[in-house]
Design a protein. Structure first.
Lengths: 253, 227
């Protein structure tokens, strides 16, 4: 077994992950904060105003990274849910359930910023456009997963059921992503491409990519923090959790 | 004891579920009444002008039928869970997906089929133009099995929960939105004189996929919930 695979196997153990995430957490928060500061500086000061939309286009710098994160968080949740269902790894259950509220929050921010931007640009807060609708459905899927997780008494069974629901709901993901291509609607098409040239000026692009990086790092920081707490709760009877408690508190148990 | 053949087990499930519905045939009429009442509420709220009702007719009927079916989904496995027969299905030597498929079929037969049969009446209440009616019937015939199938997966996840009704709605609605869009979309296209085959074919394709996958998914979900 090479060292990378070994590391991955170790990561599946709750106490190891707890320490690993604890070590990385401050760094991730710091990196996310610095990247966000640089990105926002670029977005608000150096990027030129759009020739048609003026300054209102700057909402995009929050909207687009959050929209990407809404999808990414779902993918992360579903992938962990799959691992949890197939290999019954406790850590994956916890990671999947920890990412659900974060993804829901990102999706919610996407909808709110989109509607704030839509008012001056399209002249309406909301329109039943394919991408908006599919994004709303994504939010409801998140709510469904969170609701199901909290409705079942047994934590591990709840996580497995919610993970299963997340896997069923994954059919919506390509619909959200390709909605602007399949249906020619009000929401503008894709302008940033991973492969090939993007249809956006470089001076406007780099703050966007920096902010996207910041939100990704923040997502992992947030997932790690939530997972650490969830693991403590889930494993509260185990020795490694007791060992973490201060001596005075441990004596009360 | 030698277990019977799988087809005999399926026949037994079908016969038992049909008989249970027949013994409580009054309850089986509830979704029908619900759909009629919902549809009848719209003219009261919007006024009786035929031009207004005509435009919303297909969409309203679709929503009313989906809501009526949603009402019955909650009880899909409940009585079986209470009397223990659901566990018997899970531990039986026959494929669980097949047995659940039979149960889902009976659910569709006893709740959706009556709704489709009264659809012409609902259409008449809302002044739906006569040429659109066949499209509405076909769209309902394709969309209602989808709801039964997808709904069964969600019910299997929430089985054993008290007060699962609201949660079930939250789980089912996002998954059923495409069926609503395509089904009602086909009717609206037909009403406006556009081609309506494409959305119906999409529905049909999705239905074929669901018939294969949904019983398997429901079986997997049920095993998670009963574990």
């Amino acid at each position: 077994m090479n060292s990378f695979v070994l590391f991955f196997h170790k990561l599946g153990s709750p106490p190891y992950f707890y320490r690993f995430a604890g070590k990385w957490l401050p760094w991730l928060y710091a990196i996310a904060l610095v990247a966000a500061a640089i990105g926002f500086y670029g977005a608000l000061f150096t990027a030129p105003a759009d020739y048609q939309q003026g300054d209102s286009f700057r909402i995009m710098y929050v909207h687009v990274p959050c929209a990407w994160m809404g999808l990414f968080a779902y993918l992360f949740m579903a992938a962990n849910g799959f691992i949890a269902l197939v290999w019954r790894i406790k850590l994956s259950e916890t990671l999947a359930m920890a990412s659900a509220p974060i993804g829901a929050a990102f999706t919610f921010i996407t909808l709110v910023t989109g509607s704030l931007w839509g008012k001056p640009t399209w002249g309406t807060w909301w329109t039943w456009d394919a991408r908006l609708t599919s994004e709303l459905v994504l939010l409801f899927l998140y709510f469904g997963v969170i609701g199901l997780y909290h409705a079942i008494e047994d934590r591990r069974q709840a996580a497995r059921a919610a993970a299963f629901l997340a896997l069923i709901g994954i059919v919506n993901l390509p619909i959200v992503h390709y909605s602007v291509i399949w249906w020619n609607t009000l929401h503008q098409g894709q302008t940033v491409n991973l492969i090939g040239p993007s249809k956006i000026a470089p001076s406007m692009l780099w703050p966007l990519l920096t902010l996207a990086f910041a939100t990704h790092v923040y997502f992992f920081a947030s997932v790690f923090a939530r997972t650490r707490v969830a693991l403590l709760e889930l494993e509260s009877g185990k020795d490694w959790v007791r060992a973490l408690l201060p001596a005075t508190q441990a004596s009360h148990d | 004891m030698k277990p019977g053949t799988t087809s005999a087990a399926c026949a037994a499930v079908l016969r038992r579920d049909l008989m249970l519905v027949w013994r409580r045939r009054g309850d089986a009429l509830n979704p029908l009444l619900f759909a009629i009442i919902v549809v009848a509420c719209f003219p009261f709220a919007l006024g009786p002008e035929a031009a207004v009702l005509e435009r919303i007719a297909a969409g309203t009927i679709f929503v009313a039928v989906l809501l009526a079916m949603l009402l019955t989904l909650d009880a899909l496995f409940r009585s079986d869970l209470e009397d223990g027969s659901l566990e018997q299905l899970v531990v039986s030597p026959h494929p669980l997906a097949l047995l659940l498929g039979c149960k889902i079929f009976i659910h569709w037969l006893t709740t959706a089929l009556p709704l489709i049969i009264v659809a012409p009446l609902l259409a008449q209440l809302l002044q739906l133009p006569a040429p659109v009616l066949p499209v509405l019937i076909i769209a309902l015939a394709l969309a209602t099995p989808l709801l039964s199938l997808i709904g069964a997966v969600c019910v299997a996840l929430t089985v054993g929960m008290r007060r699962s009704g609201m949660l079930l709605t939250l789980l089912v609605l996002p998954l059923i939105v495409p069926a609503l869009i395509f089904g009602a979309g086909a009717c609206n296209a037909a009403q406006n004189g556009f081609a309506y085959a494409a959305p119906l074919l999409w529905l049909a394709a999705w239905l074929v996929l669901s018939i294969i996958i949904a019983p398997l998914a429901a079986a997997a979900a049920l095993k998670i919930s009963l574990s």
